[in-house]
Ligand binder design. Sequence first.
Ligand code: FES
Length: 121
Amino acid sequence: MCYVTVARVEELPPGHTRTVEVGSCLILLVNDQGEFYALQGLCGHQNLPLAGGKVWQGVLDCPWHHFQYDIRTGENLYPKRIYPLNALPKLREQVSSLRTYPVRVVDEQVQVGVPESCEQR
Ligand code: FES
């Protein structure tokens, strides 16, 4: 794994998201109340881009069908939040989590830690 600079801090104000490409990986960069997070850029539901998704209180809302993800862990909070999974087992197939990536800020540069598989193109 290596860290790649993807943005300057001032380019992503709190409450905003931005999609960045690192090699072959599409990554969603999130600034939630001054803390940066990085998740896979495609939704686990239908593999559509998460660009434009809103973040509120640590939860990312997919702009397509509103699955919701914990931005710290990538856990899919929907439909688990809405329906009891033991009552609707078919929904279990739709609860895949988003991959997360480590983030660090160095000299006002936001850097994402990506595996070698992302670096190759
Ligand atoms: S593509 Fe994200 S909820 Fe359907």
